[in-house]
Design a protein. Structure first.
Length: 133
């Protein structure tokens, strides 16, 4: 029996669940990036260090509470590490998200590791510096 890549991936956790797991004293920053910022149909969720996993970007077809998603590691090379979306969405959208993460890898890692302590001007400059595909 052939397993698809999606069948071997763990389910992607909801952002709300990740935020809840951080507790009341957690410091983090996050934003949703629309098509106009990324060139990717859908929404990319980026954040500073969050959860027990490594640096990653989440893709959603649309923003909203408890929406299904897939996550791409901010690694070299980036790869899909979890998904709760249908295989057709994962197959169609993951190459673009992987390309975008590759293009912005250094900036994303900087935000993940240090962004929770940036002021609003630094966060805006970071978001404005991200490249579209």
């Amino acid at each position: 029996m052939n397993q698809t890549v999606r069948d071997r991936l763990p389910p992607d956790s909801a952002v709300q669940a990740e935020i809840f797991a951080l507790g009341d004293d957690a410091v983090f920053d996050m934003t949703n990036l629309p098509f106009s910022r990324t060139g990717i149909r859908g929404v990319l969720f980026i954040s500073t260090a969050m959860g027990s996993h490594g640096p990653r970007v989440k893709y959603f077809e649309k923003a909203g509470k408890d929406q299904p998603s897939f996550s791409v590691s901010i690694a070299d090379p980036p790869r899909v590490v979890a998904s709760s979306l249908p295989a057709r969405v994962l197959d169609n959208m993951s190459p673009d998200v992987i390309a975008w993460v590759s293009l912005n890898r250094e900036a994303l890692l900087s935000f993940w590791n240090e962004g929770a302590y940036w002021d609003v001007d630094e966060v805006r400059a970071f978001v404005d510096s991200l490249k579209k595909i």
